[in-house]
Design a protein around this ligand. Sequence first.
Ligand code: C2O
Ligand code: CU
Ligand code: CU
Length: 585
Amino acid sequence: MSNKNYSRRRFLAQSSLGLIAFAGLPGFIQAMEGMHGMPKLTPNKASASFKADVECDLFCRSGSVSILPGQQTQVQQYSALLKKGPKDTIIDIAGSYLGPIINLQKGQKVRINLHNKLTEPTVTHWHGLHVPANMDGHPQYTIDPGEILVYEFEVLNRAGMNIYHPHPHELTAKQVYHGLAGALFVHDEEEAKLELPSGEYEIPIVIQDRRFDAQNQLVYAHNMHDRMIGYYGDRILVNGRPDFKIDVASRAYRLRVLNGSTARIYKLAWDDGTPLTIIGVDGGLLEKPEIKPYVMLAPGERLDVWADFSGRNEGSQLVMRSQAFSGVLPKMAERMGGMMMHGHSLPVGSDYPIFTARVTKKVSDSPKLPTQLTKINWHPLSSTANPDKPIPIGISEGPMAMLLNGRPYAFNDIQDVERIKVNTIQLMEIFHAHGGSGHGKQSASTEEHNAEQHGGGMGMMGMGHKGRGMGMMGGMSHGNEEPKTESHGMGMGGMGMMMAMAHPIHLHGQQFQIVSRSVGTEQEADYATVRDGFIETGLKDTVLVMPGETVRIIKPFQDFKGLFMYHCHNLEHEDMGMMRDFLIE
Ligand code: C2O
Ligand code: CU
Ligand code: CU
């Protein structure tokens, strides 16, 4: 089936779910046209000159697993077969729909043959890895059922926890939700020297939320509301299991935590008030451990947690919970309360357990937490190509399109601000393109949030952004920008504010450092419920941007030319078009 037919079929399917009401609007039409722009390439084959140290076959297929008591659940899952390399390269998680853990060493040359045994297109992306553009799982490399795609790359990353997951155009969220995701660890000598807890003392914790019907089957509704707010399950799974428990000895453990949910944001904390000791984030170890009362974890983000159960009695237990917080969902949704969440039994920002650690064995010695973990090679502002002119990443939300820099995803639609010179370091600024309050200047209440204020806000932002009109909300001037994604003449200014929500923004390629965050006074009360949970002392590839918040980052674009994506890792948003390409040239 050609991509075109495929797209058309999806279009019809979605229309019948109620999107038809929006289909006449210009933004929607543009989004649809974007889908047809994706080329169908011949899948990359193995090259004879690439001498792989590690080679494996990675399969995507449907299967069924026992998750809840009773009937098995239909899922989509990864499985792998090691053809060459160390035995512990592939470690299956018994009984889980999650893909096997992939362990790689820095410097290894890796070949992975992706076999699409699904009945729909797919492609796999190595989230967090610094690999060439044509090995990154960009949606243009999507393969059809029955096809094989060969990836070949050298592991350049420092030690850290990464993710592999599908990235096919508009199917990412659905495939991840149905089970296609796994953890990929990179190890290196620097990390090995620290002798951190390993083996049975190092435990992956992949947190996801899912919703099941009475027959134990996954429910993934795909109506307009679910796409706009993101889809939320009512059950927390860890490593694919409900009510997850680990039995631990009274000593230190290393918990490798990943938020693999499509949309849900967590505020992780121990239930007895013990602070969290964080030793690493997305891009690997921190220089020094950080002690936090709680940590926010958005989809795509990772945490390396030092969990010390020393001194705890046999039989005692410690629960990791997600604590209460506010402000990540649109005010519109919060005000409409239960209605917008369909009377949801596990509201985002409520307090609920994630997993339990039970101390089942008393031991007398435990490794010591190192005071110095690593040295990070920070890039000063003066090393950036554009210290006064950050590359903009403007977020805008709308009822039918989620946009970045005012545009939905479209292949081969590179704007000037999206062209980046290879081997440069760039200052970038992520902000809410509507709302105008993210830049220090505070606008008044939502009601007064009229077109004029948007104009003012944008003017100010425009200074660093080549004066481009960004965002579809409000009556800001788009100059000669595309008229297609403009305000829809329904008084979108207020609506834009009402729809403002948190977005985990992810950039492919090398990890970045967070330079600054600032939030408008209007959001301060909500922000106070999350602010102590952010970690800026490590390298990141995904950053949670709260409503009204502006985040500045410094990111290197070294070694590889080509297309590297940036997008919201709320995967429903990503599939709605909150995704763009940078062209590194
Ligand atoms: Cu985790 Cu572009 O993705
Ligand atoms: Cu990624
Ligand atoms: Cu988003």
